[in-house]
Design a protein around this ligand. Structure first.
Ligand SMILES: [Cu+2]
Length: 217
């Protein structure tokens, strides 16, 4: 009977451990940076035609809090410092895209910035070659990186630094909420565990006294 009680206690503690594990396990991926799982073009790829769009897909949801792609950007440049495209990006779930445009054949760089699911801003580059077959129409190079029309906000601050500060604040808020939720779960788990142990101890004592009184009579 005692071993049965112990098993019940262990089962209860196990359930608490599993519940905590699920919560921590769910929180862990959310706290990691997103990473790129695919892109058009792929890093090092040679394009023979201009694709419908340039896009980046990551492993997790992109954090587009304003719905206006704040903190997101894609810049296409050639080896001579010329820029292409309209500077506008669309964020949709795990992906970000921009209308594709390229000039003459040559080496290009796609520089991008995203806001991770955890609120951190990440940027990286993808290099690729463009070797159009036949007489493809080349878009004219722009002297500076294009700004998406209508993307300028009230502060006018679209620099990566500005986006970074906002992202860090958002990240701190998210981490605080996660820490609070974990603390509440830990407290509730401890209360449940101690209640189960106390109850089982009482049951054990009752069983023991019952056994004693039975054998005594
Ligand atoms: Cu991060």
């Amino acid at each position: 009977m005692t071993s049965m009680t112990r098993q019940r206690t262990l089962a209860a503690l196990g359930a608490v451990a599993v519940a905590l594990g699920i919560v921590l396990g769910a929180a862990a991926p959310a706290a990691a940076h997103n990473y790129v799982v695919s892109s058009t073009p792929a890093d090092g790829e040679t394009l023979t035609e201009v694709p419908a769009a340039f896009d980046i897909t990551t492993n997790d949801i992109l954090l587009d809090l304003t719905g206006e792609a704040a903190g997101f950007g894609m810049v296409i440049s050639d080896a001579n410092g010329g820029f292409y495209g309209d500077g506008c990006v669309t964020v949709d779930g795990r992906s970000m895209s921009t209308a594709a445009a390229l000039g003459a054949a040559g080496d290009y760089t796609l520089t991008f910035q995203i806001v991770s699911a955890d609120g951190h801003t990440l940027s990286d580059t993808i290099t690729f070659r463009y070797e159009p077959a036949g007489d493809a129409t080349a878009s004219p190079a722009l002297a500076s990186a294009p700004q998406c029309p209508g993307s300028g906000d009230a502060s006018g601050d679209t620099t990566p630094g500005g986006a970074d500060t906002t992202a860090d604040t958002e990240s701190a808020v998210v981490l605080t909420i996660v820490a609070f939720v974990l603390a509440v779960i830990a407290a509730v788990s401890a209360i449940i565990a101690s209640a189960v142990i106390t109850r089982n101890r009482r049951a054990e004592q009752t069983e023991r006294s019952n056994t004693e009184s039975t054998s005594g009579s």
